[in-house]
Design a protein around this ligand. Structure first.
Ligand code: THU
Length: 130
């Protein structure tokens, strides 16, 4: 678990966030034990930017991981920051019961289950309910 936090902060250092100056790093723990990092990558065309959480999911899926036990999200904010709605939805697709752990430089932490962050979610199963 300490490793996950360190990896999340290391990814945060690589964030490309020249527009918001809000750097975010993420470390995903896959069910096979591997850890995959992500960071936010902003763009001059603002909406083209991507959050740390979704960039971690994309990297994980690209290397063959589709199941996750936890994600650690690291920022430089005072308080732990939960993922945005779009990231919650993307995590939900693969692991609806995973843990989401937000950490700060100052050592503050908050932990939620994804179920709690995204109740009554639209899921892959929703598509087949007609
Ligand atoms: N951001 C993330 O990467 N993850 C979050 O959970 C919240 C927001 C990014 C998006 C944007 O690059 C910057 O933080 C400010 O919103």
């Amino acid at each position: 678990r300490t490793v996950l936090r360190e990896r999340a902060f290391a990814a945060m250092e690589r964030a490309y966030a020249p527009y918001s100056s809000f750097r975010v790093g993420a470390a995903l723990l896959a069910t096979d034990g591997s850890v995959v990092e992500g960071c936010n990558v902003e763009n001059a065309a603002f909406p083209a930017g991507i959050c740390a959480e979704r960039s971690a999911v994309a990297a994980a899926v690209a290397r063959g991981n589709r199941g996750f036990d936890a994600i650690v999200v690291a920022t430089e904010a005072e308080e732990p920051t939960p993922p945005c709605g779009m990231c919650r939805q993307v995590l939900e697709e693969f692991s609806p019961h995973m843990l989401v752990i937000a950490v700060t430089r100052g050592g503050r932490e908050a932990t939620w289950t994804l179920d709690a962050l995204l109740p009554q979610a639209f899921t892959p199963q929703s598509l087949s309910r007609q």
